[in-house]
Design a protein around this ligand. Structure first.
Ligand code: FE
Length: 233
């Protein structure tokens, strides 16, 4: 039977990493480290995560100086007020080696800007901030943000005056960070819900600043090439 229309593949490409993940997972299940049901439960839990709890934490901190103090002193405790229990709400009930950790809430000021990276790999406070964006995991971002933070932030569209100090905080297995940005002008009298909306994922990583009316994450700017590749010879 001639087949004129081949069905489209389910995925365009399976990466080496995905093949490795399946192999390690199947081995771990075979060895009894966890069950297939545990894995399913974990995957479903991970899919529920988003940056909204972290955004709400920031909104609450803007509105309540006492809560802000708690957030800066003990991010894990402050997370409880936004529905994230780092110890008990995980499907495993004991956290995970990579996620149960010390959450630090880094407070910006008008003259101090924090930005988060994991120079070693891709550590990220997933329970409170969801999955990391792809660019966060790239060697390009990880290498360049520590060397040329001002330049890299400007590539994200965040131009900082020269008198603003930039501190790059480097995540690791036990310590994860979110940024508590400066509350922008024009938000006087706003409710917690209104404030939560403008604290985007990128604001929480530190590569963007919140502003009224901006509720989406920045698209990475695309600049035309200075010397475009010539087609043909
Ligand atoms: Fe990492």
């Amino acid at each position: 039977m001639a087949e004129k229309h081949k069905p489209a593949p389910m995925v365009d490409e399976v990466s080496d990493f995905e093949i490795l993940e399946v192999a390690v997972r199947e081995l771990a299940i075979e060895k009894g480290l966890f069950t297939a049901e545990d894995h399913q439960r974990w995957t479903e839990y991970m899919e529920t995560l988003s940056p909204i709890p972290a955004a709400r934490l920031v909104a609450k901190a803007w509105l309540d100086p006492e809560y802000k103090k708690l957030a800066v002193e003990d991010g894990i405790k402050a997370s409880l007020a936004v529905g994230i229990d780092w110890v008990n709400s995980m499907p495993t009930h004991f956290g995970t080696p990579s996620d149960y950790c010390n959450l630090r809430v880094m407070e910006d000021t008008p003259t101090l800007k924090h930005v988060v990276v994991c120079t070693l790999c891709s550590c990220y406070p997933r329970p409170i901030l969801g999955q990391s964006p792809e660019w966060y995991r790239t060697p390009n971002y990880r290498r360049r943000i520590v060397r040329w933070p001002r330049q890299v932030l400007s590539e994200f569209g965040l131009q900082l005056p020269a008198d603003v100090e930039i501190r790059v905080v480097d995540s690791n297995q036990k310590t994860r960070y979110i940024v508590l940005p400066v509350r922008p002008e024009g938000t006087e009298g706003w409710t917690e819900d209104q404030l939560t909306e403008i604290v985007t994922r990128d604001c929480l990583i530190g590569v963007a600043a919140p502003r009224p009316g901006k509720t989406q994450n920045d698209k990475r700017p695309v600049h035309p090439a200075v010397h475009p590749v010539q087609h043909g010879h």
